[in-house]
Design a binder for this molecule. Structure first.
Ligand SMILES: Nc1nc2c(c(=O)[nH]1)N[C@H]1C(S)=C(S)[C@@H](COP(=O)(O)O)O[C@H]1N2
Ligand SMILES: [Mo]
Length: 322
């Protein structure tokens, strides 16, 4: 169970500042451009690439930490969290971080539709600039039994819901990833029901923990982590945290989600973390934190029960943990 008091083994704040390894490449590029080492059209090309590399609304970061969500474990090394990824749009291997560099972030529009007062299409950067950005340290538990703990930057999903002004008939929030098989070769795998879709109940979407990440380690989100906008719901298995969102739809009916369409016996709508409910093919009792060789116990609701357990009190008949 998560406690809000700070314990001896918790991290000093400074440990969450950006780690340098990952960002060196960008600095080298910027340095090359500044030194005039490259001339003419080549320089322009490098500058454009550097701007693209810097990510969306890069000037906003780092953002202030919200101290309400302490960790019980060390932060994952930035290099690991940004190179060990799941992003099926770019394949099912673990070199996703390279393949995902083909993701084009500009232009990126976000559609808000369905049961709302007024449907809107808004540029992702405009949206991000209007939202109250903060940093939060969250655990992340993949259904494959690896885990990490990272500093996300972003804003509460509740702020997006308020911005969208849903009608009273809205009971679910459906979220959709981009669809572009030219850019994302994984989407040529015709046996998957693209685009990736996830969903939450309105109560879940407006819970204080539900977060839309726009950055990580004090920088804009790298492409492989789901730039420019990705969901983070840390009490649920990682597949619920949908990346590179282009559409938020408010619906009366429960949305059909990507993994529950592919394998309904293995991956459900709720997908709350529970060490006592095994996946049909493996135990969920323990997890391997990225960068560590030992396994550690998995916690009910990934340790966030004090924030979310109440959401499920009247839903005991539902398969809440798959
Ligand atoms: N669109 C999309 N979102 C996705 C996925 C995906 O394949 N496509 N994988 C999910 C899974 S299984 C996990 S564990 C997390 C991984 O996020 P990370 O790569 O930032 O660690 O993203 C989730 N969001
Ligand atoms: Mo996952």
């Amino acid at each position: 169970m998560l406690t809000r008091t700070r314990r001896g083994w918790e991290l000093p704040e400074a440990r969450a500042t950006p780690e340098h390894v990952f960002w060196n490449r960008r600095r080298i590029l910027a340095g090359m451009a500044a030194s005039g080492a490259l001339a003419g059209p080549l320089l322009a090309g490098v500058s454009a690439r550097a701007a693209e590399d810097a990510g969306i609304a890069a000037d906003l970061y780092p953002v202030e930490r919200n101290p309400r969500y302490p960790l019980d474990r060390p932060l994952t090394d930035a290099e690991l969290a940004t190179t060990y990824n799941n992003f099926y749009e770019f394949g099912s291997h673990k070199q996703i971080w390279k393949a995902a560099q083909d993701l084009r972030l500009r232009p990126w529009t976000v559609t808000i539709d369905g049961l709302v007062e007024r449907e809107q299409v808004i540029d992702a950067e405009d949206l991000i600039r209007r939202m109250p950005l903060e940093e939060r340290l969250y655990r992340h538990r993949c259904v494959e039994a690896w885990s990490m703990a990272v500093p996300w930057s972003g804003f509460p999903l509740r702020a997006l819901v308020e911005f969208a002004r849903p009608l009273s008939g809205a009971r679910y929030l459906r979220m959709e990833t981009f669809l572009d098989a030219d850019m994302a070769p994984g989407q040529r795998a015709f046996w998957y029901p693209w685009p990736y879709v996830e969903g939450l109940t309105m109560a879940e979407a407006t819970n204080e923990l539900a977060f839309l990440a726009t950055g990580i380690y004090g920088r804009p989100l790298p492409k492989q982590n789901g730039a420019p906008l990705r969901l983070v719901v840390p009490w649920k298995y990682g597949f619920k945290s949908i990346k590179s969102i282009v559409r938020f739809s408010f619906t009366a009916d429960r949305p059909q989600t990507f993994w529950s369409t592919i394998a309904p016996q293995e991956y459900g709508f709720w997908a709350n973390v529970n060490p006592e409910v095994p996946h049909p093919r493996w135990s969920q009792a323990e997890e391997r934190p990225l960068g560590r060789s030992e396994r550690v116990p998995t916690l009910l609701y990934n340790g966030y029960g004090e924030f979310v357990a109440d959401l499920y009190r009247s839903l005991e008949g539902e398969p809440l943990f798959m």
